[in-house]
Design a protein around this ligand. Structure first.
Ligand SMILES: [Zn+2]
Length: 135
């Protein structure tokens, strides 16, 4: 995880759980279950928040689920522009999946479709790895 999304997650975590940065970790966060300042997570990979009171609490907070809004609604957060018509698809792939865009640039398009009146976006990969030529 890196870049823009990562910074936003760290900021939110510090604000919400009152974490203190210590080396490579966020520590002393307030556990939402036992209310003790035992919550910690890795700064580099803030995927799961864990309560340090393993035997008495041991709760976990899945960051991706907790900040669901950060990981969804890509189409709304990254509106397509003339320069970047696939902004939302790129953002999703780059930040949601951590793919190196250089490797797959040009291999996808962003399509919109409507379902029950709600517009949304999805990523489409039109070029398969294997080009099946007639033998
Ligand atoms: Zn706890």
């Amino acid at each position: 995880m890196h870049s823009h999304l990562h910074g936003e997650i760290i900021q939110r975590l510090i604000k919400e759980f009152q974490f203190v940065e210590q080396g490579e970790y966020l520590r002393k966060g307030i556990c939402p279950y036992c209310k003790k300042r035992e919550l910690f997570t890795s700064i580099e990979k803030p995927y799961v928040l864990r309560c340090g009171r393993e035997n008495k609490c041991g709760s976990e907070v899945i960051v991706k689920a907790h900040y669901d809004d950060l990981f969804s609604h890509w189409s709304e957060r990254y509106l397509p522009t003339t320069k970047q018509p696939h902004a939302a698809a790129e953002a999703y792939l780059r930040e949601g999946r951590g793919l190196d865009m250089a490797l797959i640039a040009g291999c996808y398009t962003q399509e919109s479709y409507h379902q029950k009146g709600l517009g949304t976006g999805r990523c489409v990969f039109p070029c398969p790895a294997a080009h099946t030529g007639s033998a």
